[in-house]
Design a protein around this ligand. Structure first.
Ligand SMILES: [Zn+2]
Length: 205
């Protein structure tokens, strides 16, 4: 017998300039078969593109779903004391969160370089709270409410921003944004750009 291989459902990732990336996404009302199919496709697409997170609007679907997870998050987390959310979610990755929202943010912030599958080739430092309290449904699972720190906190904030139509470049210091403006204009003109080179060690969200 031939080994059976599950067909992967890889979707086209929209890039900067796509109007759907600026739109606020609608809540998921019920976890239908369609939503389950979308969840698998989000994970397959995230993995195929080497991402650590992927929000539904990035593949043209303005619904409140995000895929998260990859070895990079786990590796990072292994280096430090884990938050309750990391302890709960990391072993279950990759996973898809339904209607995720952030209940509260820490006052303490830090700055770290971010990249995005929808803004290929551009990396820039973004200031964000170091810890958040997440509330989210897990597909075919329970509702999770947990304090998340580490790299996971940053990934979640980046992905949930996508559901609000916000990109990481919208959160940059004005001088940094003006530095990358020419690259953004080129990206907008080229539209969907395939086969960009991933920066070594960079994380795409
Ligand atoms: Zn992104």
């Amino acid at each position: 017998m031939f080994p059976f291989k599950k067909k992967k459902n890889i979707m086209d990732v929209r890039t900067y300039g796509d109007s759907g990336l600026k739109r606020k996404s609608a809540s998921v009302r019920e976890v239908s078969d369609e939503i389950r199919k979308t969840a698998f496709a989000l994970i397959d697409t995230m993995r195929a593109d080497d991402g650590v997170g992927l929000a539904a609007p990035q593949v043209g679907l303005n619904i409140r779903m995000v895929a998260i997870g990859c070895a990079a998050i786990k590796k990072d987390a292994g280096m430090m004391l884990l938050s309750p959310g990391e302890r709960e979610l990391l072993p279950r990755m990759p996973l898809v969160l339904i209607n995720p929202r952030i209940i509260s943010y820490s006052d303490v912030k830090d700055v770290s370089e971010e990249g995005c599958l929808s803004v290929p080739d551009i990396y820039a430092p973004v200031e964000r709270p170091v810890s958040i309290v997440l509330e989210a449904g897990i597909i075919d699972g329970e509702l999770v409410r947990a304090e998340c720190g580490g790299f996971l906190a940053r990934v979640l904030q980046h992905e949930i921003d996508h559901l609000e139509g916000i990109l990481f470049i919208d959160r940059l210091e004005p001088e940094i944004l003006s530095d990358i403006k020419p690259k953004l204009e080129t990206l907008k003109k080229l539209g969907h750009k395939k086969g960009f080179v991933k920066k070594a060690g960079g994380s795409l969200l």
